[in-house]
Design a protein around this ligand. Sequence first.
Ligand SMILES: [Fe+2]
Ligand SMILES: [Fe+2]
Length: 264
Amino acid sequence: MKLLFIGDIVGSVGRKALKNVLPGLKSKYRPDVVLVNGENAAHGRGINQAIAREFFDQGVHGITMGNHTWDNREIFDFIDDEPRLIRPANFPYGTPGNGYMSLKAAGKDLLVINLQGRTFLPPLDCPFQTVDAILEREGGRHQYIFVDFHAEATSEKIAMGWYLNGRVSAVVGTHTHVQSNDNRVLPGGTAYLTDVGMVGPRDGILGMEQEGVMHRFLTQLPSRFVVDEGKWHFHAALIELDEQTGLAKSIQQIRTDEDNYISE
Ligand SMILES: [Fe+2]
Ligand SMILES: [Fe+2]
C-alpha cells in the first residue's frame, strides 16, 4: 500500500502547486491514499469548504490540520459534517470536529490520526496519552495507522516517533514548513520523518512575505504577515506499507520546485 502525504499547503500559490504536481505524482507513484495538511490553505490561515472540496476533487482522500485550524471561521460551518477533514485530537474535549478518521486504502482500513505538540505551541491535552487512548479504541480495527504530528520541536516529534515505534505504520511531522532529512523506518517497523515540509511560496519565509517577517525580527514591533506570491516549492513523503503486517517498508521524501519541476 502506498500513501502519499503532502505538507502544509500555503495559500493560492500552494494550491496552484498542488494542481500542477499531484497529477504527475499520481501517475508516477500510483498512491492508494493521498493525504494533505490543509491548515494554511486559505490565505495562509485555516481552510474553507470550497478549498477542501477542491482538494477532494483532485483526488485527496483526507485533510489534516494544526494550530491554524480555527483561523478561518468558515470551518465551523462544515467541520462537523466533513469526516474527511480532521484537526488535532488533543484539542480540549468538546472542540468541534474529529481528531482521527477512517479511510479505505487498497481495500483495507486506514486510521489517520492528527496530533499537536505542546512545546512552543499552546498547552493542549497530552498528545502521548491522547494517541494511546485512540489506539486503544480504534487501533485493532485498522490495518494501517498514519499519524500527522503537528509540532514545532524536533525533540517532541522524535519522541513521538519512538513512542509509537512498532505500534503504528508511520509518524510524520508537519508545522515547521521545512522538510527534514531524517526519513527512516524505525526498528519496530514505523516509518518516521520529523517534518514533511510545505507546498507554497518558495522565496518567502515559511510561506509569508519576507518583508513583514523581517520587520518583526529587526524591530520586535508587531507586523502583519502576508502570504507570499511568486514561485512555489512542493514537499511530500511517499510511504510504502506492507499489506500483511501494516508496517512500513520505506519512506522517501519528494521535493521539487517551480523551476525544476518536469511534469511526468
Ligand atoms: Fe503550517
Ligand atoms: Fe502549524
